[in-house]
Ligand binder design. Sequence first.
Ligand code: PLP
Length: 455
Amino acid sequence: MTVDEFVSRSHILHRSFTESPAKVIAGDGINLILEDGSRVIDASCGPSVSCLGHSQPEITKGIVSHLQNDIAYVYSGSPYTNGATEELATMLLANKPGGLSKAIFVNSGSEATDAALKLAVQYWHEKGQPQRTHFIARKQSYHGNTIGALCVSGHESRRAYYKDFMSSNVSFVDPCYAYRMKHDHESDQSFVDRLARQFEDEIIRVGPDRIAGFVAETVSGTTLGCLTAVPGYFKAIRDICDRYEILLILDEIICGMGKTGTMHAWEQEGIRGPDIQTIGKALGAGFVPLSGVLLHEKIFDSLSTGSGGLAHGHTFQAHPLACAAAVAAQKIISQQKLVESAKSMGKKLEALLRKEIEPLPLVGDIRGRGLFWAVEFVLSKEHKTPFPIEANFCSRVVKQSLEMGLNILGNLGHTGEYQVDHIMVCPPYTVTDGELEEIVAILKTAIIRTSQPFT
Ligand code: PLP
């Protein structure tokens, strides 16, 4: 079908009006099966979602059994709860990781970000400091597509149309983007000190008693490409937040739930944890739409001794069927020790990327953790020169890979001046050695072919 035929016949408004998407009819492990019978390796799990691959009979069984034996829908604003939602929250929070003790389940990551921001504001109201409504976030960040989430997202092209809606109560500091921002010969510690000083200066400029929270992805996902912070960065941020009593809100919607080799990415940052954390994507492993907000007990205490309720809610909040599917997914992850697998298979993926991809002439940086990796492309390796936006290099790599049966995620990073041209490789926790080798081999050929006109 031509693009024009597809666009005029389909009643679905696909994101691109210039492409005719192929129909996926089934999934088999890491593979998508298309209508024409061909297989595509889904090496990025969509946008890092399908962390158990595309076929998991136990999850299907869990969903069907829930519908047969339990209740499909219970309104979270009613005086009722349900077993699946309670079970999921208990699975996540029984050990109170970092003092996180309560969960709210919503449908999308953007809703989770909005809920996190609103909870922070409500917290300060309950504490008698209603003037604390300002958030500090980071440039080139992405926390979701709803207006609230976009307000704290520094992603320039996603904000562009909606700038008139954006709150002026948000300001941005630099991300911990060592590849471009750490000076030659600068130590990690000096780089951290520089970023910490900038954060503290911004707090003082705004006024500490006006600030509700600081928002950051623990490992940046689609904008900066699986960007881990340099050691000590989050410790410095946590300390400053504590000193000025600012809530630390960590977005682990894309990087959390095991992907980096620990259940929560912040566990590897030497901090006690965030005050509010968002989770999503791998929570339901893509079998259902589900995201969540995890709250430190101090937030809950303040709300419960204050107004005694949430000033926030959605019709489909804490949806029982979605929670039942996530319970089944999280049981598989725990029983099969798949977080540990993400760590060990991640080491193999890193070794392959460093051996096969890093030496290629237009590859500037390889970064990530666990099974969450990105490759950043540059026109000049020596000078780290970004491609002009119109070159759209990463999309060319994505297209080239697809022609060879490999689906990877192209960048969404955009500073306004240049694209952070990258692709992401984040295969399911169940990935095999052979699949990793095949992914990297196809990717290498795709990058070499795409590079030809530029070298
Ligand atoms: N936060 C991060 C870090 C994300 O990567 C995303 C989505 O990619 C979101 C929030 C928004 O999630 P959703 O697309 O489910 O609304």
